[in-house]
Design a binder for this molecule. Structure first.
Ligand code: AHR
Length: 497
């Protein structure tokens, strides 16, 4: 197969938003306990944080982490997780049917985030709680001092305010599985009043209203419309969540998951703008894609939990090469929408549907999906460029005809560096690709990486943690054209200088 691209530094979409390289730490399964935190682990530091996981988090290039949930947050009492650890209560955790020891709470997580060099995005509980508790947790976290809760934080050892800027107003409140599930009207009113109160406390906060839990929800569209009508002037962002998996063995459609993500984003933008037009508002709502990933959800639902355990193993998906290609392509979709997607969080960071895996007392390693994320975060700089793509198509059950090749680029005017990200979604055919770079003048290939394996089902395991890694890729430049062969089911990044 043959495909071609045309790149031009003037085809600018928007700046690369570094908050697109977000992740998510939920008190779920082993994400926190034996994930980021494991006192007694050989690499644990003085705070009990695993040094190996911290190192991999930095290497992954994560910029922001959403915390503490997820479904967990809708039953969470933040006060349980502050103060002397020995006095913290153990609680039933209903979202994931486990026991929460509260050994890690706000102050510990913020300390971890500083060590990891990431911004914290905090979600408040609007399931079992409301405006008063949201104000309380804000006072504890962000108020300088001189009030009951800010002084409590200081007494607990965090002298400086945590200064959290991004706040999620609940989580997936449209989902019947959510504690305190609400109708769009009930939620929209509560979110508006919570937002108004938080802004009275600190006007500059960035607030995220819950959109639908996924685009297949029966109320998708209507939910966004009602919620935004009630919150439009009070919030900055509306959330999107999407998880992809191979359904009924249909790998062709799975490899084209980014087509769905593109469409989902465009639909929410259109809905938000329609509300803005109806309200005669000049304001533009941006998107917080604060949960996205590959998740083999069908397998998870097959095994409901009955025991009450601390940090049980839940949804520890093991990712293969095809999953890595899809994750790389989903990041391309997010980048090309960086005019409207302001934040994105891959869900989650460690063990629970995660790029990083760790074993209690044992090693931590990079799953296949770690690699496209780390490379994209490292390489994407400057402005996102629209790429004119001419590609053959293939037929899929879910999306009809889709392009075999998808591409996006970034260009950093300061360094002159340009990076092209490409994916070949075809299961068996390589693609000979030519990219017209004439608009950039003389350029050279500085580095080129491909994530691919003859065996699309290859995975990284504790025994063989580097079975799938990015490999340097052969490219050539002749007469201003980049030539590269994209192997079947592959993700490739080429940096030009
Ligand atoms: O990330 C796992 C779960 O997926 C989150 O808790 C929830 O928000 C979503 O349904």
């Amino acid at each position: 197969l043959n495909a071609s691209l045309v790149l031009n530094p003037h085809y600018v979409i928007a700046p690369v938003r570094r908050r697109l390289f977000g992740s998510f730490v939920e008190h779920m399964g082993r994400c926190v306990y034996t994930g980021i935190y494991e006192p007694g682990h050989p690499t644990a530091d003085e705070d009990g944080f695993r040094g190996d996981v911290l190192g991999l988090t930095r290497e992954l290039g994560v910029e922001l982490v959403r915390y503490p949930g997820g479904n967990f947050v809708s039953g969470y009492r933040w006060e349980d997780g502050v103060g002397p650890v020995a006095e913290r209560p153990v609680r039933r955790e209903l979202a994931w049917h486990s026991l929460e020891t509260n050994e890690v709470g706000i102050d510990e997580f913020v300390r971890w985030a500083h060590k990891a060099g990431v911004e914290v995005m905090y979600a408040v509980n609007l399931g079992t709680r409301g405006v008063a508790e949201a104000l309380d947790v804000h006072e504890y976290m962000n108020h300088e001092g001189g009030t009951h809760l800010s002084e409590l934080r200081r007494a607990n050892g965090s002298k400086a305010p945590h200064g959290v800027q991004m706040w999620c107003l609940g989580n997936e409140m449209d989902g019947p599985w959510q504690l305190g599930h609400k109708t769009a009207h009930e939620y929209g009113r509560l979110a508006a009043e919570t937002a108004r109160a938080l802004r009275q406390a600190e006007p500059g906060l960035e607030l995220v209203a819950c959109g639908s839990s996924n685009s297949a929800m029966p109320t998708f569209g209507e939910w966004e419309s009602t919620v935004l009508e009630l919150t439009y002037e009070q919030v900055d962002h509306i959330s999107l969540h999407a998880y992809y998996e191979v359904l009924d063995g249909d790998v062709d459609s799975f490899l084209a998951s980014a087509v769905d993500m593109d469409h989902f984003i465009d639909s929410v933008v259109a809905t938000a703008d329609a509300v803005g037009a109806r309200l005669k508002s000049d304001k533009r709502i941006t998107l917080s894609f604060d949960e996205w990933n590959v998740w083999y959800m069908k397998r998870f639902h097959a095994t409901p939990r009955t025991e009450w355990e601390v940090a049980p193993r839940v949804i520890e998906d093991q990712y293969d090469v095809n999953d890595a290609v899809v994750v790389g392509n989903l990041l391309m979709s997010l980048l090309r929408h960086s005019d409207r997607v302001a934040v994105a969080c891959q869900a989650q960071l460690v063990n629970v549907i995660a790029p990083i895996r760790s074993e209690p007392g044992g090693p931590a390693w990079r799953q296949t999906i770690f690699h496209p994320f780390a490379l994209t975060s490292r390489l994407a700089r400057g402005q996102v460029l629209r790429v004119e793509t001419s590609s053959p198509t293939y037929w899929t059950k879910r999306f009809g005809d889709v392009p075999v090749v998808d591409a996006v680029a970034t260009h950093d005017a300061e360094t002159g560096g340009t990076v092209v990200f490409m994916v070949n979604r075809h299961q068996s055919e390589p693609v000979e690709l030519r990219a017209d770079l004439a608009a950039f003048g003389e350029v050279m290939v500085a580095e080129a990486w491909t994530v691919h394996d003859e065996d699309g089902a290859a995975t990284n395991t504790e025994a063989d943690p580097d079975r799938v890694v990015p490999r340097p890729h052969k490219t050539g430049i002749t007469d201003g054209d980049l030539h590269v062969v994209l192997p079947p089911r592959s993700w490739t990044a080429v940096r030009l200088t």
